[in-house]
Design a protein around this ligand. Structure first.
Ligand code: HEC
Ligand code: HEC
Length: 244
C-alpha cells in the first residue's frame, strides 16, 4: 500500500505541489536505484523487448490482461528478479546480478497487474501457470492440427522451425498459448474456435511443438542490461528452462 501512496505523492509532485524532501528542478538527478515510478522503470528496462505499454514487443506481451491474469504478481516478480535461463530474458534483481532493487521489482510486477490488468479476467478460470500434467507430443500433434494449423501453416518461419524454438522456452510457449498476443491477432486459451483449451491440452501442444527443437539451431545471446551497447554478447550455454 505504501508504494501506492508514494506513487500518488509523486504524481502530486509532478502537478506542482512541492513536497518535503522532493528535489527541486536542477538538483542532482535521482539515483537509478531510487527510481520508483512504474512506467519509468518499465520503459527504461523492459520496453525494448516487451514493447511500449507491453504490446507489440518481440517477447511476451506483458500488457495483455490475459497474461496478467494468468501469471499474477508473484510469478511476474519472480521471473523479473531471476530471469529465464536459456532465453534472452535477463535477471534484473541485484541479488541475481542485475541492477534493480527488490522494491523496484515489486513496483514493476504490481504496476503491470494494477495498471494493465483486468480484475474480471483474473477470476475466470485461467489455466494454471505451472502445468499440472505431463505433455504428450502425439496428442499435441492432433491438437495442433485442430487449433493452430489454420493460422500457423508449416514451412520455414513456422512455429516448428528449430531456430525459432531455440529462442523460446517451454514455459514461454505455454504462456503464448494461454495468453495469446491480442494486439497481433493471436488468440488466448478461450479463442481457438472450440471450448477453452485446458491444462492437459496445453501441455500436449507444448510437448509437440518442443519436440521440433534442435538445441543450438539459433545462437542464443544473453542480453546484459548494463552493457548491451558496448559488449559483444556471448552464446548462452544454460539448459532450457523446462520447469514450467
Ligand atoms: C486466428 C489465428 C491464430 C490461431 C488459431 C493461432 N495463432 Fe498463434 N499467432 C497468430 C498470430 C497472428 C501471431 C502473431 C504473429 C507472429 O508473431 O507471427 C501468432 C503468434 C504465435 C506465437 C508467437 C510467435 C512469435 O513470433 O513469437 C506462438 C508461440 C503461437 N502463435 C502459437 C500458437 C499455437 C500453439 C496455436 C494453437 C493452439 C496458435 N498459435 C493458434 C495467429 C494465430
Ligand atoms: C533483452 C530482451 C528482454 C528484456 C530487456 C526484458 N525481457 Fe522479459 N522476456 C524476454 C524474453 C525473450 C522472454 C521469454 C523467455 C521464454 O520463456 O522463452 C521474457 C519473459 C518475461 C516474463 C515471463 C513471461 C512468462 O512466460 O510468464 C516476464 C514476467 C518478463 N519477461 C518481465 C520482464 C520485465 C519486467 C522486464 C524489465 C524489467 C523484462 N522482462 C525485460 C526478453 C526480455
Amino acid at each position: 500500500m505504501l508504494w501506492f501512496l508514494a506513487g500518488l505523492a509523486m504524481s502530486a509532485g509532478v502537478l506542482g505541489c512541492r513536497l518535503p524532501g522532493r528535489p527541486a528542478a536542477g538538483d542532482t538527478p535521482q539515483r537509478p536505484d531510487q527510481v520508483s515510478d512504474f512506467l519509468t522503470l518499465y520503459n527504461g528496462n523492459c520496453a525494448a523487448c516487451h514493447g511500449i505499454n507491453g504490446q507489440h514487443g518481440t517477447a511476451v506481451s506483458l500488457g495483455n490482461p490475459a497474461y496478467l491474469a494468468y501469471a499474477g504478481i508473484d510469478n511476474i516478480a519472480k521471473v523479473t528478479a531471476a530471469g529465464i535461463p536459456g532465453s534472452l530474458m535477463p535477471a534484473f534483481a541485484q541479488s541475481s546480478g542485475g541492477l534493480l532493487t527488490a522494491a523496484q521489482v515489486q513496483i514493476l510486477a504490481r504496476g503491470m497487474v494494477t495498471q494493465w490488468g483486468n480484475a474480471q479476467m483474473a477470476s475466470s478460470g485461467v489455466p494454471p501457470y505451472q502445468s499440472q500434467s505431463e505433455g504428450d507430443a502425439q496428442r499435441g500433434e492432433q491438437a495442433y492440427a485442430k487449433a493452430c494449423l489454420r493460422c500457423h501453416a508449416g514451412g520455414a518461419g513456422s512455429l516448428l522451425d528449430p531456430s525459432y524454438l531455440d529462442l523460446i522456452t517451454d514455459g514461454g510457449l505455454r504462456t503464448i498459448i494461454v495468453a495469446g498476443k491480442p494486439e497481433e491477432g493471436m488468440p488466448n486459451w478461450t479463442g481457438y474456435g472450440g471450448p477453452p483449451i485446458e491444462d492437459g491440452e496445453i501441455a500436449d501442444l507444448v510437448a509437440f511443438i518442443a519436440s521440433h527443437r534442435t538445441p543450438g539451431a539459433a545462437q542464443t545471446t544473453q542480453y546484459k542490461p548494463d552493457s548491451a551497447a558496448s559488449q559483444t554478447a556471448e552464446p548462452a550455454t544454460g539448459p532450457k528452462d523446462t520447469s514450467r
